[in-house]
Design a protein around this ligand. Structure first.
Ligand code: UDP
Ligand code: MG
Length: 321
């Protein structure tokens, strides 16, 4: 039985790559329709995350020329990849049996869509696209990304190894995801929490087709930090343990110095004292900083600000129910 699928593709300043992405996806859709895998109601939806270049004009043009293939969502301003993606998923979930999210830069192999749809028809609610290798990433990006997955696992947050945001989700999985109302978004950590039957599809991650990466090192680090602190409270526990350990150690030190004093040795070495003051001062500041990070998150969550606003929705199909 053919399924109605929507592709959700967040785009931020992607004018360089969008025409090519649209072309390749159009061909893919044509083939899938001809094979009877997807219904005529399926759409490729680009979500413009407040781009400053011609991205939205390109999306409008695609929709005007082929409304039966392309649709578009325009966010009222730039809200970042995770928010834009969730906005697209939530806007489209009533219109399709399943939604596949992918990047606009053709790094995600579009031929994996077939395998994803196959798994969906055989009963999976979530299908994760997993990179089979990272040969085409720079050694630095590969190293840091893999270290990140390992740290996440060590801290007890469940993520799928080497999976980014290329995934298929069924309507009921999306409905479940809608109930997670947090503003500190880290989707690849949230989706596994939804549960349901899931599977993985392996693909080779390509190079960015054109344009520049929107995730420079600084943004990558803050994304990783966001992931850790929004999924795990281990860092706070770690601090508590470290504090206890240091306190025990200082008691031992005290006993040692008293014994030395009573046995007539003068205490030498103010330098060790100075070092420990600095070390403890530093550790305390670090600890307060980490606790502050979580307090900051609570602050943001309690505000319950909207995570995105749709300015325009271009889609020729109404809701299916
Ligand atoms: N993106 C977005 N909003 C942003 C930054 C990025 O919607 O503020 C989109 C971007 O257009 C792309 C995807 O997120 O489709 C992934 O970004 P990119 O390819 O630059 O990241 P990388 O693959 O280098 O990690
Ligand atoms: Mg990319």
């Amino acid at each position: 039985m053919a399924v109605t699928v929507y592709l959700a593709i967040p785009c931020y300043n992607e004018e360089a790559v969008l025409p090519e992405t649209a072309k390749r996806l159009r061909e893919k859709f044509r083939a899938l329709r001809a094979a009877g895998v997807i219904t005529p109601g399926s759409r490729i939806c680009f979500a413009d995350d407040g781009s400053k270049d011609a991205t939205w004009t390109i999306i409008e043009r695609l929709h005007d020329a082929e409304p039966e293939t392309f649709s578009g969502i325009r966010l009222s301003r730039n809200r970042g990849h995770q928010n834009a993606l969730l906005c697209a998923l939530m806007t489209l979930r009533d219109r399709a049996d399943c939604v596949i999210s992918m990047d606009a830069d053709l790094q995600d192999d579009i031929d994996a869509i077939d395998a994803m749809l196959e798994k969906f028809t055989s009963g999976c609610d979530v299908v994760y696209g997993v990179r089979s290798d990272r040969k085409k990433d720079t050694a630095f990006k590969r190293g840091t990304a893999q270290a990140f997955y390992k740290v996440m696992r060590f801290l007890g947050a469940e993520t799928v190894y080497n999976h980014a945001d290329y995934r298929l989700m069924s309507r009921r999985a999306l409905d479940a995801l809608a109930e997670y109302e947090e503003v500190n978004l880290f989707l690849r950590g949230l989706v596994p929490l939804v549960g349901y039957k899931s599977d993985v599809v392996y693909y080779e991650r390509g190079e960015r087709f054109a344009g520049e990466s929107k995730y420079p090192l600084k943004k990558m680090l803050s994304f990783a930090w966001e992931g850790i602190t929004s999924l795990s409270v281990q860092p706070i526990r770690f601090i508590t343990r470290l504090g206890m350990l240091i306190f025990c150690f200082s008691i031992l030190m005290l006993i040692w110095f008293l014994i030395r004093h009573w046995t007539g040795h003068t205490v030498t070495g103010w330098s060790s004292l100075a070092v420990s003051i600095w070390a403890l001062g530093g550790l305390q500041m670090l600890a307060i900083g980490i606790v502050g990070e979580y307090v900051g998150k609570i602050y943001l969550e309690t505000k319950r600000r909207p995570r995105w606003r749709v300015e325009t929705l271009l889609d020729d199909r109404g809701e299916t129910e």
